[in-house]
Write a protein that binds this ligand. Structure first.
Ligand code: UD1
Ligand code: CA
Length: 461
């Protein structure tokens, strides 16, 4: 693999996004556009990485400062371009940060779907001393820079607004992504002017300078147009989102995952699936999610940063966040598993049940209308409908312990800190304020009485 500098241009204002957020921080598949480009750049292992930003105050440098240090990746230099006088002027801001000994790859912060393999081809075409442009023949070239060739060789790029009628008829366009020998880049950028229709310093003007210097100008092409599509509006952002999601869905189908409708799946992170996994429509996966062999996810579930064990069934309308579900478990419909939930094998969590920061061991069940928070629940426990662990006294979070083989009657409240001993039974409607001893029935409700001869008051007419 070649080594190179990478410069990411991200100073453009993105007026058509109609937003206060800088364009490159809008999200595709849950991740800022710029992060897609940074991740792609890092996958190429550049020796220097520099991001040129402009709008949005320090939002862009803040995002970059918050990134965990990728192993073996260089620190990312961020440089403010103010005012923004064009793509050539933008690259000029990066020059002090570049290593002269290796070529420089220029990427755009608003072009998120370029594949590393495509960039590797472009870098290979450039070698150490050529200028290489990522170009493509497109049906609708309007608005883009055109590649002007003579006898097949690239001689310059002309922008739409500066193009003659003959040049405007060219269908080979400049993606904007290119690789340049760095020492030459410095010389050529010093020589460009803003004498053009937009009074901007065009990076594209270096192409004619390269030709004049006898430096070969070559090109490479992406595998699909999606790789060079940029985002200038919410319409384009939504289009790219669909293209990207479709590609993710197709990769899952290729691996053998059953998607009831590949057009109705959203993956915003990494989704890893075992064999014979099935996912119904309208599901969203965020962060790092693992579905083991034979998992079935019902319609309209949102699953974030979770691991679902083999053969588990997630029924429709569940929300699962930072949780582990054991094998053969049954969750939902309408269940909510919050951060810190750990479920053992064959655990049943039914409708309108919320679990938070709790461990529930194998074969235990909470099937209806229950809150289990800050609890440790043993194996073969049955938690009746409407049970609540009262884990919060307004200041402190307190733990509830429910040992193996406990039966908790419906509509009980367990006021933490409290322990229900092994094999204990709580009668329905118990409000447990002290520990319940193992193996015994504990009841806390008043005895039922019937008042003989009692009469309802009558309304006065
Ligand atoms: C540019 C190319 C054009 C190419 C097109 C592909 C030039 C002169 N033209 O045109 O040949 O077909 O991209 O989309 O390079 N940016 C800055 N600072 C600036 C100006 C731009 O950082 O001062 C950034 C933008 O944020 C954006 C990228 O550079 O990410 C391209 O800028 P844009 O204004 O969209 O360039 P185009 O005029 O579309
Ligand atoms: Ca553009």
């Amino acid at each position: 693999m070649a080594i190179m500098n990478v410069v990411i241009l991200a100073a453009g204002m993105g007026k058509r996004m109609q937003s206060n957020l800088p364009k490159v921080l809008h999200r595709l598949a849950g991740k800022p556009l710029l992060m897609h480009v940074i991740d792609t750049a890092r996958s190429l292992q550049p020796s220097r990485l520099c991001v040129i930003f402009g709008h949005g105050g320090d939002a862009v440098p803040k995002l970059i400062a918050s990134l965990p240090n990728a192993p073996a990746a260089p620190a990312i230099a961020t440089v403010l371009q103010e005012p923004q006088l064009g793509t050539g002027h933008a690259v000029q801001q990066a020059l002090p940060f570049l290593d002269d000994g290796v070529p420089t790859l220029i990427l755009y912060g608003d072009v998120p779907l370029t594949r590393p393999a495509t960039l590797a081809r472009l870098l290979a075409a450039a070698g150490p001393d050529k200028l290489a442009i990522l170009t493509m023949d497109v049906a609708q070239p309007h608005g883009l820079g055109r590649i002007v060739r003579e006898n097949g060789a690239i001689c310059r790029i002309v922008e739409q607004k500066d193009a003659s009628a003959a040049e405007a008829a060219i269908h080979e366009i400049n993606s904007g992504i290119l690789v340049v020998p760095t020492v030459k880049l410095k010389q050529w950028l010093a020589a460009i002017s803003n004498d053009n229709a937009q009074h901007e310093y065009y990076l594209t003007d270096i192409v004619a300078l390269a030709v004049a210097d006898g430096v070969p100008v070559v090109s490479a092409q992406p595998d699909s147009e999606a790789e060079i599509l940029g985002v200038n509006s919410k319409v384009q952002l939504a289009e790219l989102e669909r293209i990207h999601q479709r590609a993710i869905a197709e990769a899952l189908l290729e691996q053998g995952v059953t998607l009831l409708d590949p057009a109705r799946l959203d993956v915003r992170g990494s989704l890893t699936c075992g064999r014979d996994v099935s996912i119904d429509v309208g599901c969203i996966f965020e962060g790092k999610v693992e579905l083991a062999d034979g998992v079935a996810v019902g319609a309209h579930c949102v699953i974030s940063n979770a691991t679902i064990g083999a053969g588990a069934q997630i029924r429709p309308f569940c929300h699962i966040d930072e949780a582990r579900v054991g094998p053969a478990s049954m969750i939902g419909p309408y269940a909510r598993l919050r951060p810190g939930t750990e479920l053992g094998e064959d655990v049943h969590i039914g409708n309108f049940v919320e679990v938070k920061n709790s461990r529930i061991d194998a074969h235990s069940k909470a099937n209806h209308l229950t809150y289990v928070g800050d609890s440790t629940v043993g194996t073969r426990v049955n938690i009746g409908a409407g049970t609540i662990t009262c884990n919060y006294d307004g200041v402190n979070k307190l733990r509830t312990v429910i040992e193996d083989d406990v039966f908790i009657g419906s509509d009980s409240q367990l006021i933490a800190p409290v322990t229900v001993g092994k094999g204990a039974t709580l009668a329905a409607g118990t409000t447990l304020t002290r520990d319940a001893p193992a193996g015994k029935l504990t009841v806390s409700r008043p005895r039922q009485v019937t008042i003989e001869g009692w009469q309802r008051p009558l309304k006065k007419s």
